[in-house]
Write a protein that binds this ligand. Structure first.
Ligand code: FMN
Length: 259
């Protein structure tokens, strides 16, 4: 059985939900061994993040909201693929989605979930899709997820029918197929220059502040990342590798000089 979890940052079963339904139908057409679960964030009475840094410094289980976040964390752990879905609210993800991501911000320091494929989905009345989808892509990649693709649409375009709806359904079909393929293959894309630099710079900073935050440093050591070229074993394009080395070396020099 393949487990797919859709995390929805909307309190309504309407536009975004409708797109997720389509994805579920498409995936189930390709594979009848799918367990597809919907997680509605509004059903979890999660306080706003208090900004105490405890999840980062002392471990995620020390968060005041851990009684709630541990259930979500458990569902993510069981999933082979996770869909992050949010409507556009004032040009960004909804507060429900943002508050959920804030509670998992320790993953920026201790990324995990490399074995889980991820999709980002959004809907809007007109504006903000680009921002919202880029934010979800960037955040889920930083959290460690194996990001596959993003898709968003204006609700009126989708509801109108005709050519545009047909085009959107085609795209949904394609991302559903790609998502399922990635879940099965678990293959990772070769990192971009930015992704490679993110790895190298985070590793440097984590080592630098190891006395302040030993939990992060121990995590990186435990994962063998001080001996590896990247988070996962994947081929890095030679030019990206070379450029990454050069840029990082100048950043490192600057960083150490300032201390
Ligand atoms: C609080 C709020 C803020 C919104 N902000 C925007 C916006 O900035 N731009 C836009 O085009 N639509 C905006 N919308 C419209 C929603 O993005 C759109 O209707 C979306 O498809 C709703 O998804 P849902 O049915 O899954 O909740 C907003 C809606 C709400 C309720």
């Amino acid at each position: 059985m393949t487990n797919i979890l859709a995390i929805l940052g909307t309190p309504r079963k309407k536009n975004t939900f409708q797109i997720i339904n389509r994805i579920e139908e498409n995936i189930k057409e390709l594979d009848d061994e799918i367990n597809f679960e919907y997680l509605f964030l509004h059903e979890y009475k999660m306080d706003f993040c208090k900004g105490c840094f405890s999840c980062i410094l002392n471990g995620e289980d020390t968060c005041e909201s851990y009684n709630i976040t541990k259930e979500i964390k458990g569902k993510i752990e069981e999933a082979d693929g996770v869909i992050f879905a949010s409507p556009v609210y004032v040009k960004q993800v909804s507060a429900l989605m943002k508050n959920f991501l804030d509670h998992f911000s320790y993953l920026v320091h201790r990324p995990d979930n490399f074995d889980k494929a991820a999709l980002a989905i959004s809907t809007t009345n007109g504006s903000g899709l680009k921002n919202t989808l880029s934010y979800l892509e960037d955040t889920t990649k930083t959290f460690g997820f194996n990001f596959v693709d993003k898709f968003g649409i204006m609700k009126y375009v989708y509801e109108k029918g005709g050519k545009e709806t047909k085009k959107a359904n085609e795209k949904i079909k394609n991302i559903s197929r790609d998502f399922l393929n990635r879940i099965k293959s678990k293959k990772h894309n070769s990192p971009s220059l930015n992704e490679l630099l993110h790895f190298k710079i985070t590793r440097l900073v984590i080592e630098f502040v190891r006395d302040l935050s030993p939990i992060d440093y121990d995590f990186w050591v435990k994962n063998g990342w001080y001996e590896k070229d990247y988070f996962v074993d994947v081929r890095i394009k030679p030019f990206t590798k070379l450029l990454g080395k050069m840029i990082f070396s100048s950043i490192e020099k600057q960083f150490l000089k300032e201390e």
